[in-house]
Design a protein around this ligand. Structure first.
Ligand code: SF4
Length: 89
């Protein structure tokens, strides 16, 4: 049996979602890089291969050629992680 976990839940567990009162100063003037740190590959169970037809190339968070808005480090377009979100067509 597969257990699904929402992205919000995962980010909360990783400490990446903070209350608005704490995030306020960052939202008012800090650069994006200061306001949000990326998750590590380990935190999101990143793997270098697709999973069940899902891969980074099809993910909303993928930034070609080898980046990700949410996960740090070099990302393989054929990789996958728990934060996968299908790009709208
Ligand atoms: S599946 Fe999406 S969120 Fe996860 S590493 Fe790939 S591009 Fe980033």
């Amino acid at each position: 049996m597969t257990r699904r976990i929402s992205r919000r839940r995962l980010l909360q567990a990783c400490g990446m979602i903070v209350p608005a009162a704490l995030a306020g100063p960052f939202l008012l003037g800090a650069r994006p890089a200061d306001a949000q740190q990326k998750a590590t590959k380990q935190q999101v169970q990143y793997q270098e291969t697709p999973k069940k037809g899902q891969d980074c190339e099809k993910c909303l968070q993928f930034t070609p050629p080898d980046g990700c808005k949410l996960v740090g480090g070099k990302i393989n377009p054929k990789g996958w992680c728990l934060l996968f979100a299908l790009k709208p067509k």
